[in-house]
Write a protein that binds this ligand. Structure first.
Ligand SMILES: Cc1cc2nc3c(=O)[nH]c(=O)nc-3n(C[C@H](O)[C@H](O)[C@H](O)COP(=O)(O)O)c2cc1C
Length: 175
């Protein structure tokens, strides 16, 4: 199992979370890399991608992820399983909360990647609309360092345990 964590971060909050996840998963992760340093063609060779993305500019992808996204068309991600985490601000951006996580997740699925892992409940978040919402869950780990930073460590730790069960301890993770 070859796993890579790729993140984009403007004001370093997502980078800090990437490092927390790195600490939790240890040598299960082959590599942790900033998205500006990698191409879609290189990512498709892995079995698992953990992608970290904050939402910027009211509902938009973080800038380096936007460049990556623009180069995804035509790349076959069918070998890849995607787990995603997103950062946002549910108070200031309640109508576009974590939108980038949903947009990027959908793009990977469209390009052939398998998803359905690392989903979490929307329960402890208060917002109006989110492109990352799927029923009563988010399509990945939802974090809000602007308003709920006290919850981040526990959320990350629980999510890593969930991923270990869904990916490393199970042959049956949902496609
Ligand atoms: C100009 C601006 C626009 C933002 N737009 C959104 C948004 O639409 N939705 C959201 O959930 N968060 C939004 N945020 C909040 C960021 O996603 C949040 O602060 C995040 O933790 C930043 O992560 P980073 O430090 O890794 O760049 C915005 C923040 C700024 C400053």
């Amino acid at each position: 199992m070859r796993a890579i964590l790729v993140y984009g971060s403007v004001t370093t909050k997502t980078e800090t979370v990437a490092n927390l996840i790195k600490d939790e998963l240890g040598d299960k992760l082959e590599k942790v890399v900033e998205v500006s340093e990698i191409q879609p063609e290189d990512v498709k060779e892995y079995d698992l991608l953990i992608a970290g993305i904050p939402t910027w500019d009211v509902g938009e992808l973080e800038y380096a992820w936007q460049d990556f996204y623009d180069n995804m068309d035509g790349v076959d991600f069918s070998k890849l399983r995607i787990a995603i985490f997103g950062l946002g601000d549910q108070d200031a951006y309640a109508d576009t909360y974590l939108d980038a996580m949903g947009i990027l997740y959908d793009k990977f699925i469209q390009c052939g990647a398998k998803g359905g892992i690392g989903f979490v409940s929307t329960e402890s978040h208060t917002y109006d609309e989110s492109k990352a919402q799927r029923g009563e869950q988010f399509c990945g780990l939802a974090l809000d360092e602007d308003n709920q930073s006290h919850m981040t460590e526990e959320r990350v730790s629980e999510w890593c345990e969930q991923l270990i069960k869904e990916v490393w301890q199970s042959d049956e993770a949902v496609a």
